[in-house]
Design a protein around this ligand. Structure first.
Ligand code: CP
Length: 310
């Protein structure tokens, strides 16, 4: 890896990142976080155009990428699939080539189908960033989560991180397992058996049978919502049953107030998290959102230094 460059000019999976890449992204993220108070504009992406191609709803990821790109001086536009020529039968690949011909250099892609960002990356020399694809991965979420953990503790290696809830449908869980293990954390999963992938043993992580075991074991707990939009049928007996075994309540957090609590959002209050818990100082959900902008600025800036136009 050359100085100031990432090992790959795209980001599809947390597997694409080396520990050197992560350190570089964190260093650049810290720079933007500290400098942002002094100046709100940078020119790292001057002359770049960024397509925000969101084929699935998003608040945090889309807006933070848009703000990140604009703060770096890029032009951005939102690609709406519903009002595009995709509705007239144009293929995804032709859409990519059309935007490519208009000199769009960076594509931030969210799609309900796993594999779409990887497919686009194989068919273009432009920069593709996976902003969440189906149940597959959400690597920038894992980066901002790791940055939040690192900022809180000053290190990640050796920390116990429990990921609790709907693991089966969670791209956030997949990217976090890969990245946190790469950075030396001990990772455990906890959730109903019906919401764990069959192959979860391949990840070489521990299983904790409920949230009480997770709280006892963990330094950091990452809560995940039930992704009803990705479930074919009811995979939990009831929401009350899920909350009883995997929900973080005031009573539970009061027993270990030093526990760091993360949630990628959106939160379903009263199910995986009781609303009153948000007031605890180590519940870092809003901090994660704030870090999302700096980490995405860092990633965009470093990818443009890594990318060689053809
Ligand atoms: N964490 C996350 O991906 O949130 P959005 O769906 O709002 O982007």
């Amino acid at each position: 890896m050359q100085e100031g460059k990432l090992s790959k000019p795209y980001l599809i999976s947390a597997e694409d990142l080396t520990t050197d890449d992560v350190n570089l992204i964190f260093e650049r993220g810290r720079f933007f976080e500290s400098e942002y108070l002094l100046r709100s504009k940078f020119n790292d992406l001057e002359n770049y155009t960024v397509a925000l191609a969101f084929f699935e709803p998003s608040t945090r990821t889309r807006i933070s990428f848009e703000l990140a790109a604009e703060r770096l001086g890029a032009k951005t536009f939102l690609f709406h699939s519903a009002t595009s020529s995709l509705t007239k039968g144009e293929s995804l690949l032709d859409t990519l080539n059309t935007l490519d011909a208009m000199d769009v250099q960076i594509f931030v892609v969210r799609h309900s189908a796993g594999g779409v960002p990887a497919f686009l990356q194989r068919n273009t020399s432009k920069i593709i960033i996976n902003a969440g694809d189906g149940k597959h991965e959400h690597p920038t979420q894992a980066l901002l989560d790791a940055y939040t953990i690192h900022k809180h503790f000053g290190y990640i290696k050796g920390l116990n991180v429990a990921i609790v809830g709907d693991i089966l449908h969670s791209r956030v869980a997949r990217s976090n397992i890969i990245l946190l293990k790469k950075l030396g954390a001990n990772v455990a999963l906890s959730g109903p058996g019906t919401l764990l992938p069959r192959h979860f043993n391949c990840w070489n992580v521990q299983y904790l049978k409920n949230i009480d075991e997770a709280i006892e074991w963990a330094n950091v707990i990452m809560l995940l919502r039930l992704q009803n939009e990705r479930m074919d049928s009811g995979l939990v007996p009831s929401l009350a049953e899920f909350s009883k075994n995997y929900g973080l309540t005031l009573d539970r957090i009061s027993r270990k107030p030093e526990l760091v609590v993360l949630h990628p959002g959106p939160v379903n209050y009263g199910i995986e998290l009781q609303y009153e818990v948000v007031g605890f100082p180590n519940v870092l959900i809003q901090t994660q959102v704030a870090h999302g902008v700096f980490i995405r600025m860092a990633l965009l800036s470093l990818l443009t230094k890594t990318y060689e136009p053809k």
